[in-house]
Design a binder for this molecule. Structure first.
Ligand code: 6PG
Length: 239
């Protein structure tokens, strides 16, 4: 686990974007799973502002680690947020965008997206492998759409599962632990005071950390980065 702590949310976005651009420049092709929520917006803004070339974007295939079961033009859609903050501003080929179709029947879409991953991603040791999975973490320690009350989904046999938000009951499609911990790189993007308690418990391995899905992210043969601002890192005591 490599901690990359920046003073502010904006500087965290800049640090992550610097790291991502060097990763894009170092490979002939890159399969990246994006996260949803609000934190990625500032990263997408920063990434779009760097004006990567059409050649660079030709190499990049974008997927989602989770999606709400809504239409792609619904305000809740992670795809819609990504279009607004990134895809509408960069020259990435349409065929490089592999969205989860939230408008489909959830169970059928989990199965369809599993097939997409098996067809599009390199198969390493029998499993599709992402070059990079970007994750956020909720105040409750959830990641992707695996919530503490459904932490058993992490160990599902399926690469994609149907989850349900604990408060709203909203169904979501999420990738599961088998594929997350098979990635070459996993990068958490976590900012803000509201995340500090859970970040501190996970990094320090104390308190309720074992019940947080975000604590289960440990790529077997890959790199794990936590890009944090000082606010989110403020309760880490072990480093
Ligand atoms: C989603 C995300 C989810 C998110 C966390 C953190 O679909 O909401 O994938 O896992 O990353 O809830 O969200 P914020 O970045 O808004 O704090």
């Amino acid at each position: 686990m490599q901690l990359k702590i920046s003073r502010t949310k904006q500087q965290t976005a800049e640090a992550f974007t610097d790291w991502l651009i060097q990763l894009i420049g170092s490979q002939d092709s890159l399969h990246i799973a994006l996260s949803g929520g609000s934190t990625p917006k500032i990263v997408f803004d920063e990434l779009a502002s760097r004006h990567l070339s059409k050649n660079d974007w030709q190499k990049v295939h974008l997927y989602w680690g989770d999606e709400r079961c809504v239409s792609p033009d619904d305000p809740e859609s992670n795809y819609k947020m990504t279009v607004e903050y990134l895809l509408s501003k960069i020259e990435i080929p349409e065929e490089n965008i592999h969205r989860i179709k939230g408008e489909n029947d959830p169970r059928q879409e989990a199965e369809r997206y599993t097939q997409v991953l098996r067809e599009k991603l390199p198969i390493i040791d029998g499993l599709p492998q992402f070059d990079l999975i970007i994750l956020g973490m909720g105040d409750d320690g959830h990641t992707a759409s695996i919530f503490p009350y459904e932490i058993g989904l992490w160990n599902a046999d399926q690469l994609c599962e149907v989850a349900e938000h604990p408060n709203t009951g909203q169904k979501r499609i999420t990738i599961t632990g088998r594929i997350i911990n098979h990635a070459d790189n996993v990068a958490f993007l976590v900012t803000g005071e509201s995340k500090a308690e859970k970040v501190g418990e996970i990094v320090d391995e104390r308190g309720g950390y074992k019940s947080y899905p975000a604590n289960l992210v440990h790529p077997l043969n890959g790199n794990l980065f936590w890009f944090l601002d000082e606010a989110a890192a403020s309760e880490i005591t072990s480093q």
